[in-house]
Design a protein around this ligand. Structure first.
Ligand code: G1P
Length: 291
């Protein structure tokens, strides 16, 4: 069984839900406290034992590549001033991984974005992480899914339970529970209308895929929203091969949504020892004012 060595991170979206911030900077570069969201995603990949990242980008996304490169003038200036620790913060990001970037020239959907990675992935299993979903976990979410992939020797999607009224926001899976927290999937529906499925198992943007997904993607017609959906290709994979779902441990934040983004910002700030007390004071002040 081949090891997971590569991860695909689709980052080609316009990020219009975050206008005006995304007018001239990529959505992925918006920070949670002081760290761009894409760096948090890349850190999950690296902590999961993967060193090669295939970034699917579009026009005006150059800052993402710059972020994972050395910033010579910043680093040498800091070194000269004796601020090597800060210079190392910058250098560490460049050392973290190798990035291959590929342009998705037409916005044809998530499935199409993953298909754009085929030449860089080849005949290997790989991870996919969506940038709008942050998962804070002791064992990185992607690592948890790699363990399930190794156990069942098949593709795996991470799942979480969502309230019935939220199923229309996600790819929803259903199947047979083969062991506590792991299902063999029979059916997947992208953003089901209310009542279309009883299942509440939603995919929040974490996948381990075997390379036969590319053939499934090529045969997938445009679906929800007129786009080529990864979820629809996964239905082919589940029918023709095998697909598992695993309920990962950890807290997931929907940073593609304003409220989810604020939730993540507060949670990540409270976890930083040097910020915690100050943030708590600010929160107390604002809560007092709003009563
Ligand atoms: C995408 C996927 C969907 C998944 C979701 C997770 O949808 O198509 O299956 O559940 O990400 O965030 P999007 O949110 O990009 O519309």
């Amino acid at each position: 069984m081949k090891k997971i060595r590569k991860a695909v991170i689709p980052a080609a979206g316009l990020g219009t839900r975050f206008l005006p911030a995304t007018k001239s900077i990529p959505k992925e570069m918006i920070p949670i406290v002081d760290t761009p969201m894409i760096q948090l995603i890349v850190e999950e990949v690296v902590k999961s034992g993967i060193e090669e990242i295939v970034l699917i980008t579009a026009r005006n996304k150059g800052e993402i590549e710059d972020h994972f490169d050395y910033a010579f003038e910043v680093e040498t200036t800091l070194d000269r001033k004796g601020k090597t620790e800060l210079a190392d913060v910058s250098r560490r990001i460049a050392k973290m991984c190798n990035i291959i970037s590929i342009r998705q020239k037409n916005p044809l959907g998530l499935g199409h974005a993953v298909l754009c990675a085929e030449a860089a992935i080849g005949d290997e299993p790989f991870a996919v992480l969506l940038g709008d979903d942050l998962v804070d976990a002791v064992i990185p979410c992607t690592k948890q899914l790699i363990d399930i992939y190794e156990k069942h020797k098949a593709s795996v999607v991470g799942v979480m339970e969502v309230p019935a009224e939220e199923t229309s926001k996600y790819g929803i899976v259903s199947g047979r529970e083969v062991e506590s927290g792991t299902w063999k999937i029979d059916q997947l529906i992208e953003k089901p209308a209310p009542g279309q499925t009883q299942s509440r198992l939603a995919i929040p943007g974490r996948y381990i895929l075997t390379p036969n997904i590319f053939d499934c993607l090529r045969r997938t017609k445009p679906g929800s929203g007129g786009e080529i959906q990864l979820t629809d290709a996964l239905q082919l994979l589940a029918s023709e091969d095998a697909l598992y779902a695993h309920r990962f441990q950890g807290t997931r934040y929907d940073t593609g949504d304003r409220v989810g983004f604020i939730d993540a910002t507060i949670s990540y700030a409270l976890k930083r020892p040097e910020l915690r007390d100050a943030v708590k004071l600010i929160m107390k002040k604002h809560l007092g004012e709003s009563q």
